[in-house]
Structure formats: C-alpha cells, structure tokens
Design a protein around this ligand. Sequence first.
Ligand SMILES: CC(C)(COP(=O)(O)OP(=O)(O)OC[C@H]1O[C@@H](n2cnc3c(N)ncnc32)[C@H](O)[C@@H]1OP(=O)(O)O)[C@@H](O)C(=O)NCCC(=O)NCCS
Length: 371
Amino acid sequence: MTATKGLEGIVATTSSISSIIDDTLTYVGYNIDDLAENASFEEVIYLLWHLKLPNKAELAELKQQLADNMELPKEVLDSFKTYPINKVHPMGALRTAVSALGLYDDEADVMDDAANYRKAIRLQAKMPAIVASFARVRKGLEPIAPRKDLGFAANFLYMLTGKEPEAIAVEAFNKALVLHADHELNASTFTARVCVATLSDVYSGVTAAIGALKGPLHGGANEQVMKMLSEIGSVENVDAYIHDKLANKVKIMGFGHRVYRKGDPRAKHLKAMSEKLTKLTGEPEYYDMSTKIEEIVTSEKALPPNVDFYSASVYHSLGIDHDLFTPIFAVSRVSGWLAHILEQYSNNRLIRPRAEYTGPGMQTYIQIENR
Ligand SMILES: CC(C)(COP(=O)(O)OP(=O)(O)OC[C@H]1O[C@@H](n2cnc3c(N)ncnc32)[C@H](O)[C@@H]1OP(=O)(O)O)[C@@H](O)C(=O)NCCC(=O)NCCS
C-alpha cells in the first residue's frame, strides 16, 4: 500500500453537483461565468440541491422557505454572550453555533429525505443570522432580525449593519456568494461527506466542514490576504515585501491551487469587483497593491491568484470586518456542503480509506517498571 500525500489526484467519489475540467468550473453543467453574471444566490442554492435551475414558482417557494427560517432560536442567540467574546474567532463561534443549532432542532436525528431537506433549508437560512448577530453582539450591539422582504444577500448585509444596503453592494455580495457556493471535492466538502457517510446527522456534517474551512490553506486564506495587504500598506512596499516572503519560502496567501493549473476561473470576477468597489470607496490602493502582488507572484512562481485573493479587497470595500471574511465563505459554501451531504445520503457507503504504515515493526510489550 502506497500513500498519495494529500490524496492528490485521487478520485474519491462520483458527484453530479460541480465539476472542474480543464480549469473550467461548472455547477451542474452551468459555467460559473454565466452564473456569476446572471444568477441570484437563491437560484444557485436550488440548482445545487435539485440539479436543475428553478422556474419562477420553485424559486419563489425556496425564497419563502429561506425567509421563514432565518431567525435563530433564542437560546443560540443568547449563548453568544457566554462565549469569550473578545478572544474568540468568528469561525470558532460559527462552528459552535451550528453545532448548537442541532440541539434545538427536533428533527436533528430524523434521517429521511424530507427531514434532511428541511434541515438543509433551516441551516442555509440561519447561517447569515449567526455570522451577522455574532458580529454585532461582540461589539455590544443588539442583533438585528432578518427582513422577510429582502433577498439572501441583502438580508445578510442588513443584519450586519442595520441599514438597507445599496444595490451595488447587494450585487457584489450576491456575486461573491454565487462564486463560493460549491467547488467539487474541496477539503471542507470532503470532510462533510466523510462525516455523514457514517450516517451521522446534517448538523454534524456542517460543523465538521466549518472546522476544515477555517484553516488558512483553505477558506482562512481570504482573511490572511487582507492581513497581508494591511501590512504592506502601499504599492511602493509590495516589491520588497513579496520578494522577502518568496526568498524565505513563505507562501503568499491567495495564490496557488491543487487542481487549477492556468488559473482559478472565479478570480477574474472578484478582480473586476475589487477594481470597481475600491475606486468607489476611495481606497484604490488595495486593488493596486493586489495587482502588483499578482504580477510578481505569477511571473516569479507561475502561481495565479485563487478565489481568496481578490475577495479580500471586495469584502473590505463592503465594510465587512476582516475576521468575518471566512465566515462569509461558509455562509455561501454551506449550500454546496448541504448538496453534497444530501447526495452522500442518497447513495451512501462508509468512507474509510487505508494508511501506509511507516511506524516500527512488531515490538514486544515491556512492563512499565522495566522501561
Ligand atoms: C492552495 C494550496 C494549499 C495548494 O496546495 P498543494 O496543492 O498542496 O501545493 P503545495 O503546497 O504542495 O505547493 C507546491 C509548490 O508550490 C509552492 N506554493 C504553493 N502555493 C504557494 C503560494 N501561495 N505561495 C508561494 N508558494 C506556493 C509550494 O511552496 C511548493 O513549492 P516547492 O515544491 O518548491 O516546495 C497552496 O497553493 C497554498 O498553500 N496556497 C496559499 C493558501 C491559499 O490561498 N489557500 C486557498 C486555496 S483556494
């Protein structure tokens, strides 16, 4: 038995949800470029869960179901005050809150298809409220209840700020949600599938996935990109900063990818948004620094930017706290996790690979007094 480090190139499951072929990403056969330009996030949720685009009535029904399920149980909302609020990262809070949601769902362990779908709706609907409410509570502000008349993207921004967001912010945020929704068998999605393949429940699967997304090699990269941009401070400093990191073999966050070779097709959309939004907010230096970094890293390391690189300056321009960037990724990616969880249940087999053993050979047990 020979191990493949990081399971590179291993095909671990079949899936009808999304595909990456020749650097093109599709959701159920629809090119991500088309979806980013045209689709609402709610349409994409429906697409991932039903493997077809909704008609008007189907979309209206899903929107209604999401709107009806956005509010958090009081117990979960109240529990935020018991967290070590000034120390905890919002991803840790999100992981804990999603796990807690399962405690207050009477159907948490009901495993038929209809109950699992209802839980998918509830979880998808409540993720924005968790992130936005926690973000307010930790600042000593009251959480804001979602509004049934606002769409998914607008509702999140509204719950975060208490103000109805401008159309351009909603459009940008919706596009970011669409672009992050699913991505074949990425680390967090694989984690979710491994978890539920034991026939564990939906809440456990999503909690596990949040844990995997949190790491800086996965979803945590977008926050690290913003940290890097803040440290660099201005375009003149980019050259020295990046060359120093590369010389010291420090990874530049937001670059590289296990699967894409020519480039991540999502990055160009976020780059265009970053250019537009940073100009509008009067902070074009974030975009200028980013393009300069891209120039150096692509020419010196042949590594193109991934989805996390330009999403950092996009979220910053929307006025979002930097440590909320990865939780926002989760607000979108939970749609993909849930699609994969439902798919896993529909054709399940326990996921249990093998390990290539590299420890000592057979040993004889020695009594403790003789060691
Ligand atoms: C995405 C990522 C985890 C893929 O990892 P992977 O397929 O396991 O690739 P590796 O980490 O083995 O990298 C292969 C080589 O490229 C280099 N490399 C990869 N990403 C790099 C980066 N962002 N900056 C500098 N060098 C990088 C590695 O140092 C390694 O070089 P070496 O062969 O000389 O040791 C990796 O590119 C990375 O860590 N990127 C930064 C984090 C990030 O943006 N994550 C979000 C992904 S969407």
